[in-house]
Design a protein around this ligand. Structure first.
Ligand SMILES: Nc1ncnc2c1ncn2[C@@H]1O[C@H](COP(=O)(O)OP(=O)(O)OP(=O)(O)O)[C@@H](O)[C@H]1O
Ligand SMILES: [Mg+2]
Length: 354
């Protein structure tokens, strides 16, 4: 029997101690340095953190699309393939993604059919030589038992639902004929058209104006409920997190440093980094008079090694001799609230940086 999570549903995705490194001429960049989390079926988990902390590499690792010179060096990524049932999700097969050949038939059939991704950069997933309609219809045919005509009707439908104007005409256009925002919507349509069980949405609305953004988010929420989708939602925007996510993982330098349900994270953040992040970014409900406080210092060079807690050089609660001596362990402080900080536990490990 597989493990159940907080909402009583099995995890669709279960990541344990994942390490993905880039081996470059400048040295080894530890893009993911021991990432662990579960995403229960039907939930939306947010991943937040400053630029370069490893959000995109997390999703690329799960999809087995890490580009060279990157490589998964350690850890486990279990994708639970399954069926939606009337009470939730029934696991049929637990696939260890790290053991699959990245471009082999199994990884390819999982990507696109059961795992979808909305990339940060739309042009990387739209094929410039096919019309939008052909690309969406092709995905539908590949994964659902329908003929070409029906697939094209569905393509027009989904293209309309992401708010693209004149969908019947728009499906005949090529990606380069669309504006950046239109391309991003076309990509959302493409990702949703295969009705994946697990969707990674990497900054899916960043290039859009607020009105379109709100439309797309509403649509994703609606389809998420309707299709029973599990989503990992990557964003810089904490307002979007508040609107979209059930739980949130905060990343810093390749690790999840705090994880909690969305309300706890907003109202009772424990990690000094989370607290600083919340103070540094405008979010829903904040009054315009409130001052935003940038986080002190900069994200360190990914090639540098820092002894102890990676956040200690920037931390207002730094304890000399403690925080620079050991990497804090994951500590559960109640009800799905996890924090990695030596203020809450003296458990840590001395890292081998060799
Ligand atoms: N192709 C690559 N070659 C070398 N290093 C890389 C490559 N791709 C990512 N990295 C490194 O991995 C780390 C994590 O990058 P990632 O793209 O996951 O950040 P992110 O959290 O998605 O940031 P952003 O918010 O800017 O999108 C960074 O230090 C980055 O420099
Ligand atoms: Mg990114």
């Amino acid at each position: 029997m597989e493990a159940k999570t907080a909402n009583g549903q099995p995890p669709v995705l279960s990541i344990n101690n994942l390490k993905t490194y880039f081996f470059t001429d400048l040295g080894v960049s530890r893009a993911l340095n021991g990432v662990s989390f579960d995403v229960p079926y039907g939930r939306v988990m947010g991943l937040v953190g400053e630029s370069g902390c490893g959000k995109s590499v997390t999703s690329l690792s799960v999809m087995r699309l890490v580009p060279k010179p990157g490589r998964i060096v350690e850890g486990s990524i279990i994708f639970n393939r399954g069926e939606r049932t009337k009470d939730g999700y029934k696991v049929i097969e637990s696939v260890e993604m790290t053991e699959l050949e990245a471009n082999g038939p199994k990884a390819r059939s999982i990507r696109g059919a059961e795992m979808g991704m909305i990339f940060q950069e739309p042009m990387t997933s739209l094929n410039p030589s096919y019309t939008v309609g052909n690309q969406v219809a092709e995905t539908i045919i590949l994964h659902q038992d329908v003929n070409r005509r029906e697939a094209m009707d569905r393509a027009v439908d989904i293209v309309g639902r992401v708010g693209l104007p004149n969908p019947a005409d728009l499906v005949k256009r090529y990606p380069h004929e669309l504006s950046g925002g239109m391309r991003q919507r076309a990509m959302v349509a493409l990702a949703l058209s295969c009705r994946p069980a697990l969707l990674f949405a990497d900054e899916p609305t960043t290039a859009l104006d607020v009105t379109t953004e709100a439309q797309i988010l509403d649509l994703m929420r609606e389809l998420q409920g309707e299709m029973g989708m599990t989503i990992v939602f990557i964003t810089h925007n904490l307002g979007v997190v508040a609107q979209m996510c059930d739980t949130v993982g905060v990343m810093y330098l390749g690790r999840i440093v705090e994880m909690a349900d969305v309300e706890t994270l907003f109202y009772d953040p424990k990690h000094p980094y989370t607290a600083a992040l919340l103070r540094s970014i405008p979010h829903v409900g904040s009054t315009t008079k409130e001052r935003l406080a940038p986080i002190r210092g900069v994200v360190p060079d990914p090639y540098a090694t820092i002894n102890g807690c990676p956040f200690h050089p920037r931390c207002d609660s730094f304890m000399p001799g403690v925080c620079d001596a050991a990497v804090p362990a994951e500590t559960n402080i109640g009800d799905g609230h996890m924090v990695r900080c030596l203020l809450y536990s003296d458990k840590g490990e001395v890292e081998d940086n060799g």
